[in-house]
Design a protein around this ligand. Structure first.
Ligand SMILES: [Fe+2]
Ligand SMILES: [Fe+2]
Length: 278
């Protein structure tokens, strides 16, 4: 016969055995839930990682595409410039040199990198208006008569008209350059006879860059000038044809300018008769 104490011990034992089973069952369930949770998290981690990787890939594609668009834009701009120049048998390197000189002067005159780079791209289009000038005038050997010169002068306005309708900042800038690259600081230039700072800085810079390069190249009616002769002319035209401050900056940065000239030297010097020079 069990004593009441034994009975109590048995009951306690039964209770604990049952509890242990319940605990074990609960423990198993918790572990199972935890593992399931972990699987779900791993799966969603993997999915998130995949989505992130895909996003990165897309971003790279967009970046590459943007670069491609930018490069294409630069090529188109140079090609457009070269078309204008080729009508008057100018070499493709002329526009590249003008672009390089323009950027040096733009930075020297205080423009930031973005604006200077834009001018580098816009300045090659200065003579785009020449596409509409008849060959007989563009390629006439010898000097133009007064009437022919008047016709030639139209290329500044024609270039402006071609470019001014665009909303693109670059083409707006190119329109200004085409319009004002033959203006002279003392007001004796064309087409509007603008004077001093009324001529946009883009036009004043391109004028120096274009004339410097034109004088240093062979033309049908003249040999390329020696540097010293060009420099003498620049000094004497300081404040007349050219912005005096820009002439000073030109001389201060002459080493950089000559590096650009060397980098884009013409392999052969084509003869040319054009109105790009003085
Ligand atoms: Fe021109
Ligand atoms: Fe030119």
């Amino acid at each position: 016969m069990k004593s009441s104490q034994d009975h109590l011990i048995d009951e306690l034992q039964n209770f604990m055995d049952g509890d242990l089973e319940r605990f074990q069952a609960l423990g198993k369930k918790i572990i199972k839930d935890f593992k399931r949770q972990q699987r779900i998290m791993e799966q969603s981690d993997r999915r998130q990682r995949q989505e992130y990787d895909q996003l990165q890939e897309k971003l790279l594609e967009v970046k590459a595409l943007n670069l491609e668009i930018e490069e294409t834009q630069k090529e188109v701009v140079f090609t457009m410039g070269a078309i204008g120049e080729s009508r008057s048998k100018e070499t493709g390197n002329h526009v590249k040199r003008v672009a390089g000189y323009s950027k040096i002067l733009a930075l020297a005159s205080g423009m930031d990198e973005t604006e200077a780079e834009m001018l580098k791209q816009a300045s090659p289009m200065h003579d785009i208006g020449k596409v509409t000038i008849p060959d007989a005038i563009l390629n006439k050997p010898g000097k133009l008569d007064a009437q022919e010169f008047e016709k030639m002068k139209e290329h500044a306005v024609l270039g402006y008209e071609m470019l001014k309708h665009s909303n693109r900042a670059l083409l707006q800038m190119a329109a200004t350059v085409a319009h004002e690259h033959h203006e002279k600081y003392d007001g004796s230039g064309y087409p509007r006879g603008l004077k001093g700072e009324a001529i946009h800085i883009y036009g004043r810079i391109t004028a120096i860059a274009d004339v410097f390069d034109a004088l240093g190249s062979n033309r049908i009616y003249k040999k390329a000038w020696e540097d010293e002769r060009i420099f003498a002319l620049f000094r004497s035209e300081r404040g007349k044809h050219f912005d005096p401050v820009l002439v000073d900056l030109f001389f201060n940065h002459i080493n950089e300018i000559l590096l650009v000239r060397d980098a884009y030297r013409d392999i052969f010097n084509q003869s040319n008769q054009s109105g790009t020079a003085l």
